[in-house]
Design a protein around this ligand. Structure first.
Ligand SMILES: Nc1nc2c(ncn2[C@@H]2O[C@H](COP(=O)(O)OP(=O)(O)OP(=O)(O)O)[C@@H](O)[C@H]2O)c(=O)[nH]1
Ligand SMILES: [Mg+2]
Ligand SMILES: [Zn+2]
Length: 356
């Protein structure tokens, strides 16, 4: 008997086609959470425990090629029994939100895949930061999911109009929602994105109220929530692992631990989309190879001097572009090395603290 309808959990026709042609006799499921090599996967029958096959481990050329939260996977069974089910393959992802791991390594860390919408969650009090927002928006465009800016804790904000105006200047082509979990302002607007078959990932700093909102949609306190420190307004990193949650009224959400920083991978396309105002201006410069550094007829410098674009936004654009170019070069060298080496082991992974 089926407990869940996989299409309601976000299964798309293309994934079904791919699954039917490659994994005859196997079962489909969606990754709910992961710790080291152990997975919780939701199938038509319920949530089961699973691990990846030895072949997947052997062939993995990077940590990012292991299944991630939100992935559709092919398994040898769809019911819990003794021992874990074996994951034999991951179906093609239609979107992927990832970052560079924090620290000196240049590995990719996948936050969530197969998501339709990224809720870039930022609170309207201490967490408010336009430069950080630009970084998140660029990464979200790169993910292929639709970015939405979710401004939380509206009850704690005294200059909403001003903040909204500032956000609208950096979130071009992006929906902006204002919400308060305390007063319920804006909750219905947020709900419009969480509907049958759709997947929404909540991403942002710690303490901005991601889990509080998800609890609201669930109707009970499933996700752990905790007070932020009064002294500096910083969150406590209450959510410690990424988790996919099925909302009873329809839709799927992914809760993620708050991020201290968002180091980027090679996201040049995402930056182009996020800074389309500046990109469009560069085409209007007098010289095709304008460096926007004092040349005559520079449309970018003119826009900055007229206050159409702020100096800070332009600096932020240049900084992100440089970071992305640097990562693109690194990626290239790394891929070359990997193709020579063949595979890597997953032993270095340690970003999971807990398992449900
Ligand atoms: N005033 C106010 N407080 C809120 C609101 N939403 C959440 N909070 C409070 O903010 C604190 C942090 O909320 P969480 O939901 O744990 O934040 P989070 O984004 O999940 O944090 P991490 O799990 O650490 O990433 C809690 O004390 C919440 O009660 C809101 O709309 N208004
Ligand atoms: Mg949380
Ligand atoms: Zn120029």
């Amino acid at each position: 008997m089926s407990k869940f309808n996989l299409k309601e959990l976000g299964l798309k026709d293309n994934t079904i086609k791919e699954f039917e042609s490659l994994y005859e006799g196997m079962y489909l499921g969606r990754v709910v959470c992961e710790q080291k090599n152990y997975y919780k996967v939701i199938t038509e029958k319920g949530v089961i425990s699973a691990k990846v096959s030895g072949k997947i481990m052997y062939n993995a050329c990077s940590i990012a090629s292991y299944p991630a939260v939100g992935d559709w996977v092919a398994m040898d069974r769809d019911e819990d029994a003794q021992g874990e089910a074996i994951i034999h393959g991951t179906l093609e992802r239609y979107s992927k939100f990832s970052r560079k791991t924090v620290g000196p390594k240049d590995d990719e860390q996948i936050i969530a895949v197969n998501i339709d919408t990224v809720f870039i969650t930022m609170s309207l009090n201490n967490n408010f930061n336009l430069r950080r927002l630009e970084r998140y928006i660029s990464t979200a465009w790169e993910s292929e999911a639709e970015p939405v800016v979710l401004l939380t804790k509206a009850d704690l904000c005294e200059d909403l109009e001003e903040k909204l105006l500032e956000v609208s200047k950096v979130a071009i082509g992006v929906d902006i929602l204002v919400v308060s979990s305390l007063t319920n302002e804006g909750i219905d607007k947020v709900k419009e994105y969480i509907t049958n078959g759709k997947t929404v990932a909540f991403i942002g700093s710690s303490g901005v109220g991601k889990s509080t909102l998800i609890n609201k949609f669930l109707g009970y306190e499933k996700m752990k929530v905790s007070e932020i420190r009064e002294s500096d307004g910083k969150g406590r990193h209450t959510t410690t692992y990424r988790e996919l949650i099925v909302i009873p009224q329809g839709g799927v959400v992914i809760d993620t631990p708050g991020m201290r920083e968002l180091p980027i991978m090679d996201i040049e396309d995402g930056i182009e989309s996020a800074f389309r105002d500046i990109e469009e201006l560069t085409i209007q410069c007098k010289f095709g190879n304008c460096t926007h550094d004092g040349e005559p007829g520079c449309a970018v410098k003119e826009a900055i001097s007229k206050g159409v674009i702020s100096e800070e936004r332009y600096k932020s654009y240049i900084k992100l572009k440089k970071e992305a170019e640097f990562m693109a070069k690194k990626e290239k060298t790394k891929k070359l090395k990997e193709s020579k080496k063949g595979r890597i082991k997953k032993s270095g992974k340690k970003d999971f603290v807990e398992i449900i």
